[in-house]
Design a protein around this ligand. Structure first.
Ligand code: ADP
Length: 397
């Protein structure tokens, strides 16, 4: 029997999970999988360490439901029946918002869970789903150590000027600041850049995490100095169904002249905007790239234009630019989106190697490009596993 660490990454419409050996950070997870499409048409997939299918699309294996709480419970039961005789000695969770209290990963207890629940209004799409598996596990196995790892933590190295809104100081003092998100992904990329970028990895780098949620992080010496997301995960880039940066006057107009209430506006900005809103077709980049509709083309054009514009804005805090790294679903897989974003940045001396880009190679810039460009698959689960091991072994001596 081996001791293992379970990682749960519960998003708005998916739950990713992975099982790692507790004793070593080397090697693939023993099991890795994902329940996707929760709320719509859920699918379930699980693979072993060699990448072989354990349950390809076998929904019956999980008796799948559309309820996060039930799904978590069934997933835990499924994992127990596939534990290969191993013992889970700790569970690491992705938690989107750590607010002002939590700057590093933390061992969860009832008091900490209460504090994390207070942050739900700052991340209404994600935080409740992140906390659900923690609560379920506390009930199932109250003595099992659980570690919360935060998407906001990586950005706490930012200078105060990057965190400030131009609002009255009292509001800043009360915590209305730019927190930034996708920090677990950025942490992974910060550690993984060197083999591809060499010395430039320690220089001035913008990492573009382009998935359903999308953001940019400006890193100097592998530390966050600025990011495109702010107080909530709504700010910055155009996303699957989120609007990104918006004149706050639009919100006031919708309230005052269109008599929309907070709940309706929240739904509009989180679920009906972004690629979905502009195209009127889909939140899925792959679908839009294949569409011949002009609205689909406009949505993709806006996505790329805004990503490049926000990237250029991060050159101020970085005082220059040595490298760009693309990651997450769109960043890792879409040569077309990378090509279009880089075309907007040609004036900076960005030169793409078209063949390398098309082949999703790790380095996609030409040898004469002033700025190196890399494609690095992210791995948030690995970062959570490492943090969980660290806390666990620190605590137990
Ligand atoms: P999440 O934020 O939910 O984890 P992902 O990082 O999985 O999202 O990214 C999902 C996005 O990646 C979707 O818009 C999807 O269309 C896009 N994507 C995945 N593969 C491709 C591809 N080959 N070409 C274009 N877009 C892709």
């Amino acid at each position: 029997m081996m001791e293992v660490v379970l990682v749960l990454n519960a998003g708005s419409s998916s739950i990713k999970f992975a099982v790692y050996l507790a004793a070593t950070s080397v090697g693939n997870p023993l099991i890795r999988g994902k329940i996707d499409g929760i709320g719509r048409a859920p699918t379930f997939r699980a693979r072993n360490a060699e990448g072989g299918d354990l349950e390809a699309g076998n929904l019956a294996a999980l008796d799948i439901s559309n309820d996060h709480r039930e799904l978590t419970d069934r997933l835990l039961t499924w994992l127990e029946s596939h534990d290969q005789g191993n013992k889970v000695i700790a569970v690491g969770h992705r938690v989107v918002h750590g607010g002002r209290y939590f700057r590093v990963p933390v061992l969860v207890n009832e008091d900490i869970l209460r504090k994390l629940s207070e942050l739900i209004s700052l991340a209404p799409l994600h935080q409740p789903n992140n906390l659900e598996p923690i609560k379920t596990l506390l009930k199932r196995n109250p003595t099992l150590p659980q570690v919360a790892c935060f998407d906001t933590s990586f950005h706490r190295t930012q200078p105060r000027i990057s965190e400030l809104f131009a609002l009255p100081r009292t509001l800043t003092d009360e915590g209305i600041i730019r927190y930034g998100f996708h920090g677990l992904s950025y942490q992974y990329i910060a550690n993984a850049m060197s083999p591809h970028l060499g010395e430039q990895a320690g220089g001035r780098v913008v990492v573009a995490h382009l998935g359903n949620g999308a953001s940019l992080c400006a890193m100097k010496e592998r530390r966050s100095v600025a990011t495109s997301m702010g107080f909530t995960a709504l700010d910055g880039l155009v996303m699957g169904s989120r609007c990104g940066t918006l004149d706050p006057g639009v919100v006031l107009y919708l309230m005052q002249d269109r008599a929309m209430n907070a709940e309706q506006i929240q739904h509009l900005l989180y679920h009906e905007s972004g690629l979905l809103g502009v195209s009127g077709i889909s939140n899925n980049m792959q679908v839009l790239l294949q569409s011949t509709q002009p609205e689909a083309k406009e949505a993709v054009d806006l996505f790329c234009y805004r990503a490049a514009s926000e990237l250029a804005a991060l050159i101020v805090p970085l005082e220059g630019l040595d490298a760009i790294v693309f990651t997450a679903g769109i960043g890792e897989n879409s040569a077309e989106v990378r090509r279009r974003i880089c075309a907007h940045l040609k004036w900076l001396g960005v030169e793409l190697d078209m063949a390398a880009n098309q082949a999703n190679k790790p380095v996609i810039s030409t040898s004469t490009s002033k700025i190196a460009i890399a494609v690095i698959p992210t791995d948030e689960e690995r970062v959570i596993a490492d943090a969980t091991r660290t806390i666990l072994f620190d605590k137990t001596g």
